[in-house]
Design a protein around this ligand. Sequence first.
Ligand SMILES: CC(C)(COP(=O)(O)OP(=O)(O)OC[C@H]1O[C@@H](n2cnc3c(N)ncnc32)[C@H](O)[C@@H]1OP(=O)(O)O)[C@@H](O)C(=O)NCCC(=O)NCCSC(=O)CC(=O)O
Length: 471
Amino acid sequence: MDMVFHNQRDRMEILEVTQVAPTSNSPESTTEFRLPLTFSDILWFTSPPVERLFFYQLDELTPACFNSVILPKLKRSLSLTLVHYLPLAGNLKWPPNEPKPIILYTPNDGVSLTVAHSDADFNILSSNGAYDAAELHPLKPDLVTSDISASAIAVQVTLFPNKGFCIGITAHHAVLDGQTTTMFIKSWAHICKQGNDENSPLPPELTPIFDRSVIKGPDGLDMLYLNQWLATSGLDSDTSKKSLKITSAGGGAASDLVRATFEITREDFKKLRERVLPKLPDSGKEMHLSTFVLSFAYVTTCMVKARGGDGDRKVAFAFTADCRPRLNPPVSQNYFGNCNRPKFEVAKARDFLDENGFVFAVQKASGMVKDLMERWVLEGMERILSYSLDVLKETSESNLQIITVAGSPRFGVYGTDFGWGKPHKVVIVSIDKSGAISMAESRDGSGGVEIGLALNKHEMNNISWLFPRYV
Ligand SMILES: CC(C)(COP(=O)(O)OP(=O)(O)OC[C@H]1O[C@@H](n2cnc3c(N)ncnc32)[C@H](O)[C@@H]1OP(=O)(O)O)[C@@H](O)C(=O)NCCC(=O)NCCSC(=O)CC(=O)O
């Protein structure tokens, strides 16, 4: 039987759009804070923002309780948290005589917070699907970007009466990566759960580090990337034609996509390992067969099979690695900003469509991760943005299939408890713009991995057949 795709038109009402500033009682919030962008930030300069939703189920939640308890607590704790994360209350700016933009917080800056009420079906939107990808769009806030300014983050809290609420956070990728975004939201949750005590410091594992000197790369990489980004929008950094507007590079959301979440369980991983090991050279002794490698290889193979078609077509598959532990010396996980690199490979669809397609994918994925461990992790960084932009251009011009990964099972998003329990569901909305899959740890902590997909109906139908059977 084919998959059933839920499509229910929601009703959403915006109740309030406000600014939440860092609490004014702190000396920090009354001082300007400037943070330069590193090459690793500029690598993502005008990439599509990353949009996450955290659904919390509270069956008895009335509008009165939401307005008198939950919303005030969320606002107050956000304000307290921003004192520790001042750049997130600020904006990207491009001062007239500066070669590159900076992140600037000035007193009275704050985060845009949208409060909304939805009559959409909470159970469907926080389920594993499938439902129209566009159904999630009203729940995510938009960054405010213009030629001269771009907000670092935006937040939305949406009430679903008698069902629960949803927290949406949209992050500018040139300001922060997934590691920092999830550390920030866990800090907000921590302060909210602790009862908004003004004097309670953040625990060490949630305290951001702003020291840019730890990020060392080849000279001139920041300006190289900046000029490459500007060239894609027909601008250049030497003239007055500087712009902080986020372009459509990376594609806009397709309107015909549906979303679903699939889980690869610990038991599935065992089976996948058993299946692949005898087929690998030297029984896989030299392979890096982590749950990430198996998940990435498995989903890539299923996605190529789900699209089917011409074996000669090209498939670009990529993931982003966290460079913090890989740099020499290693950088703290608390480093605020971007410290990551994409890793790309291109192959023919035929390689995955073959009987041994999964074995091929495992070998490739294992090699990609091992490369990052064994070689200098910044190798090839000079070419990485031009290469990525070329691949994106080719995707829009040909039938090249691009598969990338957003999020990570390491981020522990299901531990984000604001005081009303762990999330019922966490999703990355923005995968519907970019051909990405999303990854998160299984909600029940059983060692599995959740895979979020946004595909057209035909491919989603095909993959729903492949996922359970192909393990
Ligand atoms: C490159 C990688 C994907 C490769 O992952 P692997 O798991 O294969 O390799 P690895 O060597 O790092 O880890 C191997 C083993 O170490 C253990 N391990 C190591 N670190 C861990 C951690 N922090 N938490 C839990 N387990 C950990 C695991 O048991 C794992 O085995 P096992 O798994 O078998 O038990 C990863 O190292 C990595 O960098 N992950 C973070 C990716 C990231 O930051 N993505 C977001 C990009 S920004 C983005 O996309 C935007 C956004 O999200 O906002």
